[in-house]
Design a protein around this ligand. Sequence first.
Ligand SMILES: CCCCCCCCCCC/C=C/C(=O)SCCNC(=O)CCNC(=O)[C@H](O)C(C)(C)COP(=O)(O)OP(=O)(O)OC[C@H]1O[C@@H](n2cnc3c(N)ncnc32)[C@H](O)[C@@H]1OP(=O)(O)O
Ligand SMILES: NC(=O)C1=CN([C@@H]2O[C@H](COP(=O)(O)OP(=O)(O)OC[C@H]3O[C@@H](n4cnc5c(N)ncnc54)[C@H](OP(=O)(O)O)[C@@H]3O)[C@@H](O)[C@H]2O)C=CC1
Length: 266
Amino acid sequence: MAVRYGLLAAGLFRRRVAIAADLLALGGHGEAAAEELNNTFSSMSPAKVTPIQCNIRNEDEVEALVKSTLSLYGNIDFLVNGGGGQFASPSEAIRGKGCNAVIDANLTGTFYCCKAVYNAWMKEHGGVIVNITVALRNGFSGMHSEAARAAVNNPTKTLALEWGLVFSETAVANYGEQGTMMWLKIIPQIPAKRSAVPEEISPAVCFVLSPAASCITGITLAVDGGQSLYSSPLEIPDHNRWLSPREGKNSEMLRKLLSGKFKPKL
Ligand SMILES: CCCCCCCCCCC/C=C/C(=O)SCCNC(=O)CCNC(=O)[C@H](O)C(C)(C)COP(=O)(O)OP(=O)(O)OC[C@H]1O[C@@H](n2cnc3c(N)ncnc32)[C@H](O)[C@@H]1OP(=O)(O)O
Ligand SMILES: NC(=O)C1=CN([C@@H]2O[C@H](COP(=O)(O)OP(=O)(O)OC[C@H]3O[C@@H](n4cnc5c(N)ncnc54)[C@H](OP(=O)(O)O)[C@@H]3O)[C@@H](O)[C@H]2O)C=CC1
């Protein structure tokens, strides 16, 4: 299994006994993390974590990575695109370079990984791909991340059809450090009245990877405590920027309602 190493990938590895897979750990901290996981779990399973450096924003590096994975293991059964991120910024302050950097990492990088694994292995042998994104369907602060994550959604469906693979998106609402303050504010709006934790993400991914999901493809599985069904984490400040409705008895009634002077009969 190839995943970009991170918090969620660590959870996947902890469940590797269930999916009996070796795991490829990518990213700057991959080496130390791989060592830690191998030490912790060596008594439970023969599966191994191998760290390999790769910047997924670089197509050549991704192709080289897939090549070395195949020479190391001989096959790639699963690809979990679990890396990425963003910087926090109000949308109006995001510069073009920063916007492109986030789109390159989260959208184009995901596509490079899917394409390279498909061309080198899954086209002939099949396989399962899971793209991990962020649950922000009703709008979210920081348009760069939102644009990149939402843009993974349709290609997940398209590639599922075009390539005939089991292909899914897992949209996650979690409590990552970057989002902590914001999540604390929005928790009252989440139907579960709490955010998800990583231990609730990896079983969802393992389900999609497992034979139990063998007739499922092109789906988005939201692990978000019902957040995307219910509300937006965006806070709307008071403003007066919308056009007023046409003058008439209905607009008069609306003004009365909004003024708080209206006395309902019921
Ligand atoms: C108002 C609140 C909004 C909150 C939005 C947060 C949403 C929370 C989501 C919920 C919780 C999610 C948790 C997670 O995602 S866990 C993963 C956590 N890890 C990360 O997020 C790290 C991700 N970082 C990266 O992947 C890279 O650093 C990144 C792609 C963002 C940038 O890569 P790099 O540094 O290599 O980029 P470039 O050199 O190509 O470009 C740099 C330009 O990017 C802009 N930039 C970068 N950092 C900032 C910043 N902190 N503030 C503003 N702008 C930033 C900037 O334009 C850089 O170019 P210049 O310096 O030349 O202007
Ligand atoms: N944690 C959370 O609260 C939430 C996370 N998510 C999303 O879920 C996914 C997994 O998150 P999680 O595991 O928690 O995050 P982590 O930050 O723990 O892991 C992300 C990994 O991606 C790697 N990475 C980032 N950019 C690149 C790149 N260009 N090339 C190669 N590797 C890269 C990072 O490498 P390095 O080690 O070098 O930094 C890091 O190890 C991400 O897309 C994240 O945005 C969504 C909602 C909430």
